[in-house]
Design a protein around this ligand. Structure first.
Ligand code: GLY
Length: 363
């Protein structure tokens, strides 16, 4: 097990435990658990029994009373109503500011539970236990919490760092192949924005990781999580541009997810969003032809399926990329590439380029 940590802006220490087959986390982080008067374990109602069994191996019942809360499956969990339902559950069961919330699940579960933890009694401690490949390398780390509003993703949210993130790749053993493929979309993001050493390490492992190889998955989670936490430690609240590069592929990606009405996995949407960002980078002449080809060859490793269930509605696509919360008042805001490992932010991309980007994203 590798333990990473940094000091958050509220001067609390944020830790992450990365590895495989972990057990009894309270015994390894006693300070975090000794002060907790109650613990609530939050999981999705469709979580398989093996997920709950593993979560209980990580957090065995001890002297502190455990409570259990079930969320609706996947993105259906990410509503203000559900956050309210969880907060009411905590209040009805006497949870205090010293209580602890543990969220075990995909990105939707950790986003929602982290959001509830941030507003309940103005903020209580929580532990993020991402159980999908995608959440272990992105959503479950870094303290961004959110709910969706009006069909747009993550519109209401907070920054509330989990005191501890536990990325145990044994959770990935029972993950369907489609979930591993989806996670690979985020992995390609890291391979494109990160330094050459990270890119080489990830691309070497990508095929094995997608086929479920345990060693490759553990190596990829460890490398991506360490890179993300380094950026988060230096720009926790996404203010200086350092952390923002993690949004590469997400501006168009979130728009495509909305146009697919929930039928496109997040990782596939990010991969298609990356296609869009590369098309814009090339068209705007920021990215040279040879680098563009190299980066497209990386995307081709994902063997994306045909984009069947996306509404071919260019006007709506353009409206959605402008409504994305990353737009910061500009018409739109994208992370583009000048070359591998050289991301930058660009605003007000013209409709002609967006038209081309939309077509490329759907190929
Ligand atoms: N998923 C982007 C970030 O955490 O900043």
């Amino acid at each position: 097990m590798k333990i990473l940590g940094f000091k958050a802006t509220n001067s609390r220490t944020v830790k992450a435990a990365l590895g495989r087959d972990m057990e009894n986390i309270p015994a390894q982080f006693p300070a975090l658990f000794s002060g907790a008067d109650k613990i609530c374990l939050v999981t999705s109602s469709d979580a398989p029994p093996s997920l709950r069994a593993r979560a209980l191996r990580l957090f065995p019942e001890g002297r502190t009373p455990h409570f259990y809360f079930w969320l609706p499956p996947s993105e259906k969990a990410k509503t203000l109503e559900e956050a309210g339902r969880l907060c009411s559950f905590l209040f009805d069961n006497g949870f205090s500011r010293n209580s602890l919330l543990i969220a075990a699940g995909g990105g939707a579960a950790t986003d929602l539970a982290g959001f509830a933890a941030s507003i309940y009694m103005r903020g209580i401690n929580w532990i993020s236990v991402p159980t999908t490949f995608l959440a272990q390398i992105d959503a479950g780390l870094g303290g961004k919490t959110a709910v969706n509003l009006g069909g747009a993703k993550n519109i209401a949210g907070t920054f509330h760092q989990p005191a501890l993130a536990v990325c145990d790749t044994a959770f990935l053993d029972s993950l369907p192949h489609a979930e591993l493929r989806s996670g690979a979309g985020e992995l390609v993001k890291y391979a494109m924005i990160g330094p050459a050493s990270l890119r080489e390490a990830l691309l070497k492992r990508l095929p094995e990781a997608v086929s479920g190889d345990k060693t490759a998955l553990t190596a990829c989670v460890s490398a991506c999580a360490a890179y993300k936490l380094k950026l988060v430690a230096r720009d926790e609240r996404d203010e200086t541009g350092l952390r923002e590069v993690l949004n590469f592929g997400h501006t168009a990606g979130h728009a495509l997810e909305a146009l697919a009405g929930g039928h496109m996995p997040h990782g596939e949407a990010v991969a298609r969003g990356i296609k869009a960002a590369l098309a814009i980078s090339r068209q705007a002449r920021c990215l040279g032809a040879a680098d563009h080809e190299r980066l497209l060859a990386i995307l081709a490793m994902l063997r994306l399926p045909p984009a069947r269930r996306v509404r071919r509605d260019l006007k709506r696509f353009i409206a959605l990329v402008s409504r994305d919360k990353k737009a910061r008042g500009a018409g739109n805001r994208f992370i583009l590439l000048e070359g591998p490992g050289r991301p930058f932010a660009a605003e007000n991309i013209k409709p002609a380029l967006l038209t081309r980007a939309f077509a490329e994203a759907l190929k």
